[in-house]
Ligand binder design. Structure first.
Ligand SMILES: [Zn+2]
Length: 397
């Protein structure tokens, strides 16, 4: 099977030092007909640029170098950790061993609820939010991921303990960044009209925590400690503030966080905005499927529902910004088709597209969430009063 390109046919290295300079470069490249999908501020852009406009891209003021194949790490080592990680993720796609691995997945096409594999987590508010009525009632600043259109600040937060088995090797950290790049690249390329791009920041947070020494050690224990280390309130509100702040800092429409750790979790993978949580080893699925699991969990962040039978889905339940039914649910769909929300496959059904906001009902080339609201018809009684007023204000002949 052919490996999808994940929107990765060019890597552009910038001289930019600020987020503003990065955005200017992206705008210039897109005006020339390119499309930037992955952004590692301030220096690395990955996307698609037609070969005929490449000379013009090379000539842009802030463009330092352009690559279409493997990049020698020695050329970028002096440019900082974010640049090196981005380049490693890009380079991995050129390794034959990697391509073989991705085209021969042992769990290819399996349902996310397949027997013998650990269950993925349902979309539900974290325990402390569940009693308080509508857990999606949002703090000032509004929804940080209403629909998947536009720029998304993506904070990859690698959370480690001080000793094994809660640490990562450098290769494991690089693998996470690369797997996220692939999974989100696939997601972004499923709907060109949505113009999705990911603005990544990678945080490495070490915690002096030992689950064996802390009673009732849960996700909250380590996540709250992470928020404190990042300078935020050690609670869920701190995480929401963090997401809003990253959105402002990077000038994106949306923001969320992807936590990856070996600390104890509720399930091996789950999501509730504004955060995805992943166990590095992903139980039976393994790290090589992190790309697909990241795409699935990010789908949840932007409103998509589970569709595999074990999730207990129902076809009538409505999801996402556009309130679309969950018609590809395995329990009730007349002809269930493979979809990233039901199976370990690079596929997406029309219902999931609707949940993400990818529907263009009037065919004007603009997705529904961005359409201007329809003109509101005046109620009959208001029309009648206006007609009466018109009668009385008529001047005598
Ligand atoms: Zn799910």
């Amino acid at each position: 099977m052919l490996q999808p390109s994940f929107g990765k046919d060019i890597l552009i290295l910038l001289n930019a030092e600020s987020a503003g300079a990065t955005r200017t470069a992206i705008d210039e490249i897109q005006r020339l007909g390119g499309r930037i999908i992955h952004v590692y501020p301030p220096r690395v852009l990955i996307g698609e640029v037609p070969p005929e406009v490449e000379p013009q891209v090379r000539a842009l003021a802030n463009v330092r170098q352009v690559y279409r194949s493997r990049v020698d790490l020695g050329e970028v080592e002096a440019l900082g950790a974010a640049t090196v990680q981005a380049v490693k993720g890009w380079n991995r796609g050129f390794a034959a061993s990697f391509r073989a691995l991705k085209s021969g997945r042992s769990s290819e096409g399996r349902s996310w609820g397949a027997p013998g594999y650990a269950p993925e987590g349902p979309v539900q508010a974290p325990p402390h939010l569940r009693e308080g009525g509508d857990a999606r009632a949002h703090a000032p600043g509004g929804d940080t991921s209403a629909y998947l259109i536009g720029k998304v600040a993506t904070a990859i937060i690698l959370v480690e303990g001080s000793a094994a088995p809660y640490t990562f090797t450098q290769m494991e950290r690089d693998t996470i960044v690369a797997e996220v790049q692939d999974g989100l690249g696939w997601l972004a390329t499923q709907e060109p009209k949505a113009q999705v791009s990911w603005f990544y920041e990678v945080y490495e947070v070490g915690l002096d925590l030992d689950p064996a020494q802390v009673p009732d050690f849960t996700e909250d224990t380590w996540r709250d400690a992470v928020m404190a280390k990042l300078g935020y309130a050690a609670n869920w509100a701190g995480l929401e503030q963090f997401a809003r702040d990253r959105r402002t800092a990077l000038g994106t429409e949306w923001a969320y966080a992807i936590f990856v750790t070996r600390f104890p979790l509720w399930h091996f993978a789950y999501a509730f905005k504004p955060r995805v949580v992943l166990n590095y080893d992903l139980d039976g699925w393994g790290i090589d499927n992190m790309d697909r699991i990241v795409a699935h969990e990010t789908g949840h962040i932007f409103g998509a529902a589970d569709e595999y039978a074990e999730s207990g889905c129902t076809c009538g339940e409505r999801w996402g910004y556009l309130d679309v039914e969950n018609g590809n649910c395995e329990l009730c769909a007349p002809q269930q088709e493979p979809c990233i929300m039901s199976h370990n496959a690079w596929a997406m059904c029309a219902y999931t597209r609707g949940h993400l906001g990818w529907r263009d009902s009037n065919g004007d080339g603009v997705l529904d969430p961005l359409d201007p609201p329809p003109p509101v018809a005046k109620p009959w009684w208001l029309q009648f009063i206006e007609w009466l007023l018109g009668l009385f204000s008529r001047k005598p002949h």
